[in-house]
Design a protein around this ligand. Structure first.
Ligand SMILES: [Zn+2]
Length: 222
């Protein structure tokens, strides 16, 4: 198992002695990925926010929870995609997902539009046995804030049948490759072709990824 790496904020204590934050990565990480969270906490505290252990905070569509660490700083936990609720002191998955979601949006020139916290998607039953997938994001009524607007089906031209709500966290567990597309805005359709290609359509038109972008690289590799 790779050694964990930890990073601690330094700018919080000068704001009314607010405690600093320690973030911990379990596995090899994206270079400089820790900046995302360190800067988030430092700027929130500089803006007057006061955090307590047990607080849940949203980062993109993700939930993080603060804990007390023996060293007096706040630790940060993330939920593990699992049938039962389980949290670990780690930010690997959250940071990875947010970073990749940003890279995908940049690749196709779309604004980063994170799904709602604890959001759901609607999944057709045919997805279970499908290799390729079609993800489409539609407008959702304001009365159902937990709906992200993402619909997941197979690419066949048939009646996809009943759709059921699935937490995005569960989608992350069963189809991890799809998660990076979930910050694309309403009007986007993504066709995911195994082992690791994806074609993005915006308002019905296929978008060619920007030369040198993350998505271009992904499609060239697989
Ligand atoms: Zn289907």
């Amino acid at each position: 198992m790779a050694a964990t790496s930890t990073f601690t904020t330094t700018g919080c204590s000068r704001h009314k002695g607010h405690r600093e934050f320690t973030i911990q990565f379990q596995r090899p990480r994206i270079p400089n990925a820790e900046r995302l969270l360190l800067e988030y906490f430092e700027s929130a505290v500089a803006g007057g926010e006061v955090f307590e252990a047990g607080h849940t905070i949203g980062l993109g569509g993700h939930d993080l929870r603060l804990i007390d660490r023996p060293d007096g700083t706040f630790g940060v936990e993330e939920p593990v995609p699992a049938p039962t609720e389980q949290w670990v002191e780690s930010v690997d998955r959250t940071v990875r997902e947010v970073t990749f979601q940003r890279w995908i949006c940049e690749s196709v020139g779309q604004p980063v539009t994170f799904p709602p916290r604890n959001g759901d998607c609607l999944v057709a039953a045919c997805v279970q046995n499908a290799e390729a997938l079609v993800l489409s994001r539609v407008e959702v009524p304001a009365e159902v804030p937990q709906l992200s607007g993402w619909m997941v089906s197979c690419p066949a031209k048939h009646d996809h049948g009943e759709r059921s709500a699935l937490p995005l966290l569960a989608l992350s567990a069963i189809r991890p490759f799809t998660v990076q597309f979930l910050a694309l805005p309403v009007g986007t359709v993504v066709v995911v072709v195994p082992p690791g290609k994806a074609h993005v359509f915006v308002d019905g038109e296929q978008v060619t990824p920007t030369p040198g972008s993350y998505l271009e690289g992904l499609n060239a590799r697989s």
